[in-house]
Design a protein around this ligand. Structure first.
Ligand code: ACO
Length: 371
């Protein structure tokens, strides 16, 4: 038995949800480029869960169910209020989603219909949680979700208390679509491993949130912004990046395990970053980002991934940087739950082996004789 570090190149399951073939990403066979330009996030959620685009009636029904489920139980709002000051936003999200399960009478039910209802509930409630967390820590009351609004518009409203501009809704909708699913990424794999023990859907999503938190995965978007802020201005980019690369420090938002010729999601976020910068009259984050891209690609041959330009997009939308990864989660929960439903459909425990590299024939030494 020989291990492959990081399971690189290992095909661990079959799936019909999303594919990455020759650098092209599809959801249920539809190119992500087309979905990013034409679809609503709600249509994409339906597509991921049910394997086809919804007709008008099906989309209306999904919207009505999301509306119905978006509010949080009062106990969960109280729980958010009880969190310590300054807690990490992804640690908070992980705990809040775990707490949410305690107030769902269907949490432990394993039949398909209740799992679909819980997927809808999780998709509807995650944006409410992220917005409530953001307001409560500022000493503000959380806002109830509005009915009949898209997830993108509702989230921005619940975050700021104001009706968002169309361009902000469009940008958020596109970002949610681009983050919705990504084959067997680390957090989705974590979700599938958890539910393959026949544990419940909430346990799967909590595992996934824990995996997404890390800076090698979803946590990278926050780190990209931290880097841009640390650099401070376009004329400091070159020295900063050269110094990091010369010292073998990774530049967050670059590189990918699967894409070696570029992440197809990055160009959409780059275009949005530029468009939003032009509209607000502040292209500094965008300009710094393009300079960094040029340097990292030139020096290391690495291309930006989905996290790189999402940082300047969210910042230009006025979103605090520690909410970037929770926003990723409120999109990716659609993919996690689609994969969880798929795993349940044809389940087998996921239990690989390890190549043992420890000592052999070691002896037990009684406590008194140990040095
Ligand atoms: N900056 C500088 N060098 C890098 C970077 C980077 N961002 N990414 C990879 N490299 C280098 C490595 O140092 C390594 O070089 P070496 O062979 O000289 O040691 C080589 O490229 C291969 O890198 P690995 O880390 O082995 O590649 P792996 O496939 O394991 O990791 C990963 C992929 C985690 C995405 C990596 O590129 C990385 O750490 N990027 C920065 C974090 C990031 O942006 N994560 C988000 C990924 S997208 C997502 O999850 C949503």
């Amino acid at each position: 038995m020989t291990a492959t570090k990081g399971l690189e190149g290992i095909v661990a399951t079959t799936s019909s949800i999303s594919s990455i073939i020759d650098g092209v990403l599809t959801y249920r066979g539809i190119n992500i480029d087309e979905l990013a330009e034409k679809a609503s996030f709600e249509e994409v959620v339906y597509l991921l869960w049910f394997g086809k685009l919804p007709n008008r009636q099906e989309l209306n029904d999904l919207q009505a169910q999301l509306d119905q489920e978006a509010a949080l139980p009062a106990e969960v709002i109280d729980y958010i209020k009880s969190l310590p000051n300054g807690v990490h936003s992804m640690a908070a999200l992980r705990s809040i989603v775990s707490t949410l399960a305690l107030y769902d009478p269907e949490a432990g039910d394993m039949d398909q219909a209740s799992n679909v209802r819980k997927a809808i509930r999780l998709q509807a409630q995650l944006p409410t949680i992220v917005a409530a967390f953001a307001r409560i820590r500022q000493g503000l009351e959380p806002l109830a979700p509005k009915k009949g609004e898209s997830i993108a518009a509702n989230f921005l409203y619940m975050l700021t208390g104001e009706k968002p501009e169309d361009i902000a809704v469009e940008a958020m909708n596109k970002a949610l679509i681009l983050h919705a699913d990504h084959e067997l990424n680390a957090s989705t794999f974590a979700a599938r491993v958890t539910v393959a023990t026949l544990s419940d859907i909430y346990s799967g999503v909590v595992s996934a949130i824990g995996a997404l938190k890390g800076p090698l995965h979803g946590g990278a978007n926050e780190q990209v912004m931290a880097m841009l802020e640390e650099i401070g201005s376009p004329e400091k980019v070159q020295a900063y990046i050269q110094d990091k690369l010369n010292n073998k420090v990774k530049i967050m938002g670059f590189g990918h395990r699967v894409y070696k010729n570029g992440d197809p999601r990055a160009k959409h976020l780059q275009a949005m970053s530029k468009q939003l910068g032009q509209l607000t009259g502040d292209l500094s984050w965008y300009d710094m980002s393009t300079q960094i891209e040029e340097l990292v690609t030139g020096m290391k041959g690495l291309k930006p991934n989905v996290d790189f330009y999402s940082a300047s997009v969210y910042t230009t939308l006025g979103i605090p940087r520690d909410l970037f990864t929770p926003i990723f989660a409120m999109s990716r929960v659609s993919g996690w739950t689609a994969h969880i439903l798929e795993q349940y459909e044809d389940n087998r425990l996921i239990r690989p082996r390890a190549e043992y590299v420890g000592p052999s024939n070691a002896q037990y030494i009684v406590l008194e004789d140990r040095v």
